[in-house]
Design a protein around this ligand. Structure first.
Ligand SMILES: Cc1ncc(COP(=O)(O)O)c(C=O)c1O
Length: 476
């Protein structure tokens, strides 16, 4: 049914209908969501909702009509730049999220290179395999080549020698993460950024996850490797407000070392019959809601409030890591630098752990084998999870023990044989042969995702990407 019917519906009934649409969603208030949720708790959340709705109608495109949004934005950028030790010259903007911040940093870097390194005609970006896909997407959109470098498999940090070798005459931008999302570890930014600088290459630090959290940790006196503008050679940083800044979506900050670099982020056009478009970010019309909400959350929590959240979530993570050490059959793949980690196993199918934990109300995030690491499930620990740490350890221990005792829930060899048989064949053949084995019988995802995830994990990444595109294009 389309939404637009001949007759309208009364507001209360509309809200009831909306509620029914949400019944299949994970319960984000449960404290058991361990990925993609950054809830500051009831008080701050309520404040954010209020602030968001008060600025919902303001359009940041019209800086003359709504100077308030610009003021709020400047306050936020100033504070985040200070956390990330930007000099007076640093400048930035608020975007809709990490992906847009990265897109803008890549665009600014590309256009800066066009002006300052005109001899480069086929620009390249060098990035470790742990970098977020948003960089590959930005390169795809903006016409850059990507050179992906390996990481070590103890910490999943950039292999510095390989990084050095990958820098070449066409490298206009290089990337490091603080931390990478998959394993929660920080690349050796203090080595990488100076290497990039010596190559005439700009350097982006992806602090989407850690920019705020790690800076707060550092200011609390915790040992945190330098990853921000204090490192020579760092030219842009992304730091998401809607992750460990505990602001509602969509809000992120992109920072530029100085205005000469930021200038290249702008798109301005006053040569059509339309009004003059002046965009420092990808979006044009943009509600003030997320900006006001992020401003309100930061103002309300203060640095002390953020410190308390950081202290509690770090302590919770340490307790989880210690608890996991006592569980036979599962392991943390890398010691993380902040409150996120991945679980893998050499004895059981880790995707079955994901399924069984979901049956107990937990939401984790499956990730495929890559970069020398095995298939795994990701855990991001945030403030709402703190009260549930002991239940998590208990549930995880029981789930792993059950899977070990009962054996695999499905025949992995049958799946492997089918994947091998069709891996090189056309997509339709893959779908026909594998979909039923993976539990894909219609547009809805199966309740048990392990067979599907296992099958996807077995496919080469390019075939997997094709298959996911075809499936979603068909069903959504
Ligand atoms: C390290 C990192 N960078 C960038 C992004 C992209 O952020 P967003 O989903 O807000 O676009 C993410 C998202 O998880 C991330 O973890």
């Amino acid at each position: 049914m389309g939404v637009l019917q001949t007759k309208g519906v009364e507001a209360p009934a509309v809200l009831d209908e909306l509620a029914t649409y949400a019944t299949g969603d994970v319960d984000w208030r449960s404290g058991k969501v361990l990925t993609g949720l950054y809830d500051p708790g009831e008080g701050a959340h309520g404040l954010a909702v209020e602030a968001y709705t008060r600025f919902l109608a303001q359009n940041a495109l019209y800086i003359n009509m709504y100077p308030s949004v610009g003021k709020l934005e400047r306050d936020i950028v100033e504070s985040i730049a200070e956390l990330l030790r930007g000099e007076q010259a640093a400048a930035g903007n608020i975007t809709s999220g990490g992906t847009e911040s990265i897109l803008m940093a890549v665009k600014a870097s590309r256009d800066w290179a066009r002006e300052h390194r005109p001899e480069v005609t086929a620009p390249e970006m060098v990035l470790p395999v742990t970098a977020h896909p948003a960089f590959i997407k930005a390169a795809h959109y903006l016409g850059l080549h990507t050179v992906v470098t390996p990481v070590d498999t103890d910490g999943f940090r950039a292999d510095i020698d390989a990084f050095r070798r990958a820098l070449g005459p066409n490298t206009i931008l290089a990337v490091g993460s603080a931390p990478n999302f998959s394993h929660g570890t920080i690349d050796g930014i203090d080595e990488m950024a100076p290497l990039a600088r010596d190559n005439g290459t700009l350097f982006h630090v992806d602090g989407c996850v850690g920019g705020i959290h790690l800076s707060v940790m550092r200011r609390m006196g915790e040992p945190v490797a330098d990853f921000d503008f204090s490192v020579d050679g760092v030219t842009t940083i992304s730091a998401d407000l809607h992750k460990y800044g505990y602001a509602p979506k969509n809000a992120s900050v992109v920072l530029y070392r100085d205005r000469d670099l930021r200038k290249h982020a702008y798109f301005v056009c006053s040569s059509t019959t339309e009004y003059a478009v002046i965009n420092p970010t990808a979006q044009s019309t943009r509600t003030g809601g997320p900006v006001a909400a992020a401003w309100a959350v930061l103002r309300h929590l203060g640095e002390e409030g953020l410190q308390q959240i950081v202290r509690e979530s770090e302590a919770a993570t340490k307790r989880m890591l210690a608890g996991i050490e006592d569980i036979d059959g599962i392991e943390v793949l890398a010691k993380p630098d902040m409150c996120m980690f991945t679980l893998g196993s050499t004895t059981i199918n880790i995707f079955e752990v994901d399924d069984e934990m979901r049956r107990r109300g937990w939401t984790l995030l499956p990730q495929f084998a890559c970069g020398g690491g095995p298939a795994n499930v990701h855990v991001s620990v945030t403030q709402p999870n703190v009260a549930h740490v002991e239940t998590f350890i208990k549930d995880l221990g029981e789930v792993v023990a059950d899977i070990r005792r009962n054996g695999p829930a499905f025949d992995q060899r049958e799946l492997a044989a089918a994947v091998e048989e069709v891996a090189e064949k056309p997509l339709e053949d893959i779908l026909m042969r594998i979909a039923p084995l993976a539990g894909l019988t219609g547009p809805d995802l199966p309740e048990r995702m392990a067979p599907l995830n296992t099958m996807l994990d077995m496919l080469p990444a390019d075939r997997r990407d094709e298959l996911l595109t075809a499936y979603l294009n068909m069903t959504s």
